[in-house]
Design a protein around this ligand. Structure first.
Ligand code: 5RP
Length: 210
């Protein structure tokens, strides 16, 4: 099981400082959608250059023009690129084709997918690398989480790795780990803590123990 640090509310220098603090405890660093909107793919490039031993995920949440966007994120140094599960089949297949060409991986974010079981089974046939259940900030604000959804994808996904994101904290991590996802994605559960290093270290310990 791997641990991904999601960076959403920072600029590039803040991102670098944060990663430096916790780099020994994380496997993947995510350049979140708001960071890409604010800073562009330069954020991916600069983090990859500063931390070549970490995998970098570009959270583009692609919806269209998938092949082109995967190519651009790959050129910037991303190892993993996200596309939405709600995108057209053609777009997801296009993303996979380009990622394979570039030697990169595709994570499908199932945020806002209504029939999760059906769509997860479909997407799992397209050769994607990860399928991720995700409760975004807007639903976290009304008390939702993705723990049940994780069990659903664990049951139906046969090929891709499974991942979970959205509001995971140290206190809720054991419940997540029980469902055995391949990848746990944590933003505020680390970045919002006074002692980020200690939070990341404890999370890494739990994730490694599985
Ligand atoms: O993709 C995201 C928001 O759309 C976040 O990166 C993801 O939800 C993880 O952050 P947090 O743990 O703070 O919810």
């Amino acid at each position: 099981m791997e641990l991904q640090l999601a960076l959403d509310l920072v600029n590039i220098p803040e991102a670098k400082a944060l990663v430096k603090e916790v780099e020994e405890y994380i496997d993947i660093v995510e350049i979140g959608t708001p960071v890409v909107i604010n800073e562009g793919l330069r954020a991916v490039k600069e983090i990859k250059e500063a931390f070549p031993n970490l995998k970098v995920l570009a959270d583009l949440k692609i919806m269209d023009a998938a092949g082109y966007e995967v190519m651009k994120a790959s050129e910037a140094g991303a190892d993993i690129i996200t596309i939405l599960g709600a995108a057209e089949d053609m777009s997801i297949k296009g993303a996979v084709e380009e990622a394979k060409k570039q030697g990169k991986k595709i994570l499908v974010d199932m945020i806002a997918v209504k029939d999760l079981e059906k769509r997860a089974k479909e997407v799992d046939e397209f050769g994607v690398d990860y399928i991720c259940v995700h409760t975004g900030y807007d639903l976290q604000a009304v008390g939702k989480n993705s723990f049940e959804d994780l069990q659903t994808i664990k049951r139906v996904v046969k090929n891709a790795k499974t991942a979970i994101a959205g509001g995971i904290k140290l206190e809720t991590l054991p419940e997540v780990i029980k469902a055995q996802p391949d990848l746990v994605i944590v933003g505020g559960g680390i970045t919002g803590q006074a002692d980020k290093k200690a939070a990341a270290a404890e999370m890494k310990k739990l994730v490694t123990q599985g």
